[in-house]
Design a binder for this molecule. Structure first.
Ligand code: MRU
Length: 352
C-alpha cells in the first residue's frame, strides 16, 4: 500500500481520511465515539459502500468499549443503521456484528466486536484484490483487440478510497496498469458531490492515465468510439442483478447499450442483497438540496470555499443513486469471477 489507509481502527478510536477535504487536503480525523462515527458516515467524511460498512463495524466496537449490554448494542446498531440507506454493505456489516455479538455475554462482547471489525477490514481488501484479477482478464482481452490500449469509463469513486484497499471498479484497472497494459480512464466528475475528483486523484497518484470529463460528456465519447468498456461499482445489487450505484450510472449504461459497449458492475458479494428481489425494492437516498445549490472547491489562496450557484428558495431534488436494470449489465465482477446478472444465485455464498 503506497498510500495512507482510508480507515484505521486503533481499538480506542477510528482514524479516517476525511473525504470531504479531498482532493485538496489529506486531512486525518479521529472518531472516538458512536455519534462521531455516525456523523462521519452521514456527512460522507467516509463514503463508498464497503468503507462505510467497515466503518460502521468499527463504530459498534467503539460503542461497546465501556458497556456492552443488550441495550447498548441495540442502540449502536440502530444509530449506525440509520446513517445511509442505499449501500447494503452498511446493513450487511451491522447484521454480521449482531450475529457475532448477540449470543455472547456482555463481558466478552467488546473484544469480540474489535475482532469481527478487523476481520471485515481484512476480508474486504482480499475480496477486492480478487475482483481485480477477474476483471484484469477482461481488460487484457479488450486491450489485445484494441492494439494494446484500452479506454475504460467509470463513474463516481469505487477505488481504494471507497473500500479498504484496491477498490472495486478501479481494482481491475490498477491490476491492468501494474501488468503494463496501456489503460486510460475517462473519469466523470459525478455532480453534485464530485466523487470523480477522488477517482482522478487516486488514479493520478498511481500513475494511471486519466481524463476528467463532465458527466454529460459520456454519450458523445462512446458514440465517437473513444470508450471500450464501462466499469462502475455498486451500492446494492438486487437478487435479479439490478444494481444501484451513484446517480448518473443508469445513463452511462443506457449510452453503453446504444453504442454496443460492455457495461460491468464490480462489487463484492457483501454488496449483493438477496433479500431485495429487484431494483424497485432498493431504497434510494435523497440528500440535502444544498449539495445541488452549491459547489465546493478552493479559493484563490487554496482555502476550502463553497460557491452558491442557485438561490436558497429554488426547488431542488437530490437523489443520490439510481438503478441500472440487469438487462443493461454485461456482467458483474465479484470475488468469485465474472457472472451474468441472472447467475448471481449460482455463486458461492449466495442465498438461494
Ligand atoms: O455516495 P457515495 O460516495 O458513498 O457513493 C459511492 C458509490 O456510489 C460507489 O460507486 C459505490 O459505493 C461502490 S464503492 C466501491
Amino acid at each position: 500500500m503506497a498510500h495512507l489507509p482510508p480507515l484505521e481502527f486503533t481499538g480506542n478510536a477510528i482514524r479516517i481520511l476525511d473525504q470531504t477535504r479531498l482532493p485538496h487536503a489529506e486531512a486525518r480525523l479521529e472518531l472516538r465515539d458512536l455519534d462521531a462515527v455516525a456523523a462521519a458516515i452521514t456527512d460522507m467524511r467516509v463514503r463508498g459502500a464497503p468503507l462505510i460498512g467497515a466503518t460502521a463495524a468499527c463504530g459498534v466496537a467503539l460503542a461497546l468499549r465501556e458497556r456492552a449490554d443488550d441495550a447498548t448494542l441495540a442502540h449502536a446498531l440502530a444509530v449506525l443503521g440509520a446513517t445511509r440507506p442505499t449501500a447494503v454493505n452498511l446493513h450487511w456489516a451491522l447484521a454480521r456484528m449482531a450475529r457475532a455479538l448477540d449470543p455472547l455475554p456482555a463481558g466478552e462482547r467488546a473484544e469480540a466486536a474489535a475482532r469481527e471489525a478487523a476481520a471485515i477490514i481484512a476480508e474486504d481488501a482480499q475480496m477486492n484484490a480478487r475482483i481485480g484479477q477477474h476483471g484484469l482478464g477482461m481488460l487484457r482481452t479488450l486491450a489485445e483487440a484494441g492494439h494494446g490500449r484500452v479506454n475504460v469509463m467509470t463513474h463516481c469513486n469505487a477505488g481504494w478510497l471507497a473500500t479498504l484497499e484496491h477498490g472495486t471498479a478501479l481494482s481491475p484497472i490498477y491490476a491492468a496498469h501494474a501488468e503494463g497494459i496501456d489503460v486510460h480512464v475517462w473519469v466523470s466528475e459525478t455532480r453534485p458531490r464530485n466523487q470523480g475528483l477522488l477517482t482522478a486523484w487516486e488514479l493520478a497518484a498511481s500513475g494511471v492515465p486519466l481524463t476528467l470529463v463532465a458527466d454529460n460528456a459520456a454519450g458523445l465519447l462512446m458514440a465517437r468510439g473513444q470508450v471500450d468498456v464501462v466499469i462502475t461499482g455498486a451500492d446494492r445489487v438486487a437478487a435479479n442483478g439490478d444494481s444501484a450505484n451513484k446517480i448518473g450510472t443508469y445513463l452511462k449504461a443506457l449510452a453503453a447499450a446504444d453504442n454496443g459497449l460492455p457495461f460491468y458492475i464490480a462489487a463484492p458479494m457483501s454488496t449483493v442483497d438477496f433479500g431485495c428481489p429487484d431494483g424497485g425494492a432498493i431504497p434510494i437516498e435523497d440528500r440535502a438540496g444544498a449539495e445541488v445549490r452549491e459547489v465546493a472547491g478552493r479559493d484563490a489562496d487554496g482555502r476550502p470555499a463553497t460557491v452558491r450557484i442557485a438561490p436558497d428558495d429554488l426547488p431542488v431534488a437530490n437523489p443520490a443513486f439510481d438503478v441500472t436494470p440487469a438487462r443493461l449489465i454485461t456482467g458483474i465482477i465479484t470475488e468469485h469471477g465474472i457472472c451474468a446478472p441472472s447467475a448471481l444465485h449460482d455463486l458461492p455464498g449466495a442465498e438461494r
